[in-house]
Design a protein around this ligand. Structure first.
Ligand SMILES: Cc1cc2nc3c(=O)[nH]c(=O)nc-3n(C[C@H](O)[C@H](O)[C@H](O)COP(=O)(O)OP(=O)(O)OC[C@H]3O[C@@H](n4cnc5c(N)ncnc54)[C@H](O)[C@@H]3O)c2cc1C
Length: 465
């Protein structure tokens, strides 16, 4: 490898966009959960699409691997480099266009999710990408992981929200695909190749997203149940009653509430008595004055257990705080082995019961904290170490628990990678569980776009073996 390429790169992006000292590179290499630590020769922070294109051409000429990075909040080690250079998109953070008539926003990929939400809100519009990492994660990362998050039931995944993309390809060419069309059947829909590709096929530099009218009414409710199958019945009932007003349905097990109460003084017990399962329901409506409270009160009355409706925004936020505090509380509680899986809705409760039974049989005392976007068929099936076990001893069981959980998911026609992606974490698992014909098609796409295998090698798709 010609080491002069670093000088070439510096000449392209200037000193402002070039970081090469060990100390300054360090913060970009660390994955937040401490699962991965990367290494690279330099961090490049381009200021424009043209600069990205020149950087890629230089890397191609010198055979240098590239890892794209946005907010580095991804949970699969996708943005952690294993050599070559890191391209961090944070300086490309301009909103290029607002089109109120088309109801679209065109923004660069380094825009922080929260800033895009705020910019849309100023215009009475809603940018519906939303997840608990909203103040750090960026548009490019959201697109590249096909972010799910909190609004999927009502507005869809990232894929459903993107109308156009601008991408720098592994050849260094720029694809100017920033169209804002809601109908466009002119050949293959190429944008979907880059959404969810985790930086293995190109670098997304900008996107045009659909916006929605900002909701005038919001309602949050919580319902408690003894059995998870009853909770899933509540979900089905909520979907039938509230149709498009249903934004999210999250499940929370008792163990999660206990962890959160133990570690976060700001969180309150949702009901005076304890319950095995809780369902958090979020509705919204764009028509002014629409009464969601009366039908929700009537609906909740049909269930025998505890339930309540938040009286105002701060009560809504307090209920959501329980949900948002779970990952941090779990981290404080000890080592955990996490599974981000999805299942057909009709198999969700069977999966949760059976998977919990199997992991407890393997390791008595293990804590099963399965929570999340059950209304989307997505659950974070997270396992926390038993009280008296050493972290390392528990972490050593990672592969064994993956096998138990992922085998079951596979048997039930689910997915082992629901919303967080594949990255390094599930690199081998994807190979193991993907239909061979499907995997080969993915390889063909990867080889076609990136014949030198320079874009995020070691992530998502294995070219050999
Ligand atoms: C507290 C917390 C809560 C979370 N909740 C959710 C949730 O509810 N739903 C959910 O889906 N995820 C969730 N996540 C995961 C994470 O926030 C998302 O995956 C997010 O989309 C990643 O965005 P990012 O900007 O941090 O991307 P990064 O972590 O920087 O990158 C993610 C991947 O995309 C690639 N990439 C980044 N930018 C580009 C680009 N411009 N072009 C091409 N490839 C690129 C990277 O190489 C990497 O493979 C959560 C994470 C945290 C820490």
């Amino acid at each position: 490898m010609n080491e002069n390429y670093l000088q070439e790169l510096q000449a392209i992006v200037g000193t402002e966009g070039f970081i090469s000292s060990e100390e300054s590179i360090d913060p970009f290499l660390q994955e937040r959960r401490g699962l991965y630590r990367g290494h690279c020769s330099a961090v490049i922070r381009p200021g424009s699409t043209e600069e990205v294109s020149e950087v890629v051409k230089c890397c191609k000429k010198n055979n240098v691997p590239i890892t794209p990075q946005s907010g580095n909040t991804g949970l699969c080690g996708g943005a952690v480099p294993q050599g070559g250079i890191l391209i961090n998109m944070g300086r490309m953070n301009r909103i290029r266009d607002f089109d109120p008539v088309n109801s679209t926003i065109t923004a660069e990929s380094g825009c922080v999710q929260f800033d895009l939400q705020a910019a849309a809100r100023e215009r009475e519009l809603m940018m519906t990408l939303s997840c608990p990492a909203q103040k750090e994660c960026q548009l490019g990362g959201n697109l590249s992981t096909n972010l799910g998050g909190l609004n999927v039931l009502r507005y869809g995944n990232t894929r459903d929200l993107v109308l156009g993309l601008e991408v720098v390809l592994p050849s260094g060419e720029i694809w100017h695909g920033l169209r804002g069309l809601r109908k466009d059947n002119a050949g293959y829909d190429l944008k979907h190749l880059f959404i969810g590709a985790e930086g293995t096929l190109g670098i997304i530099t900008a996107a045009t997203l659909k916006l929605f009218p900002f909701p005038k009414t919001r309602l949050t409710a919580i319902v408690a149940m003894a059995e998870v199958e009853d909770l899933m019945e509540v979900f089905i009932g909520t979907r039938e009653h509230f149709a498009d007003n249903l934004v999210g349905f999250e499940i929370i097990p008792r163990i999660a509430v206990e962890m959160v109460l133990q570690y976060d003084d700001n969180i309150c017990e949702p009901f005076p008595s304890r319950h095995n399962w809780y369902g958090l329901i979020e509705l919204n409506a764009t028509n002014q004055g629409l009464d969601l409270k009366t039908p929700m009160t009537d609906f909740l009355r049909t269930f025998p257990h505890d339930s309540k409706i938040a009286a105002n925004e701060s009560e809504s936020d307090a209920l959501w705080a329980i949900r948002h505090a779970i990952p941090e509380a779990q981290k404080i509680r000890g080592a955990s082995i996490k599974h981000d899986v999805s299942l057909p809705i009709n198999k969700m409760s069977t999966f949760l019961t059976e998977a919990a039974k199997q992991v407890k049989a393997r390791l008595p005392g293990i804590l099963v904290c399965s929570f999340g976007h059950a209304g989307d068929g997505n659950v974070h099936f997270n396992l926390t170490q038993p009280e008296k076990m050493e972290n390392q001893e528990f972490n050593n069981l990672h592969q064994e628990f993956n096998r138990i959980v992922h085998d079951l998911v596979h048997q039930m026609n689910g997915s082992i990678a629901a919303e967080h992606g594949v990255g390094q974490l599930k690199y081998e698992e994807l190979r193991k569980y993907t239909d061979p014909v499907e995997y080969e098609m993915m390889r063909m796409i990867k080889r076609t776009f990136d014949p030198q295998n320079l874009f995020n090698p070691g992530k998502v798709i294995k070219l050999d073996g």
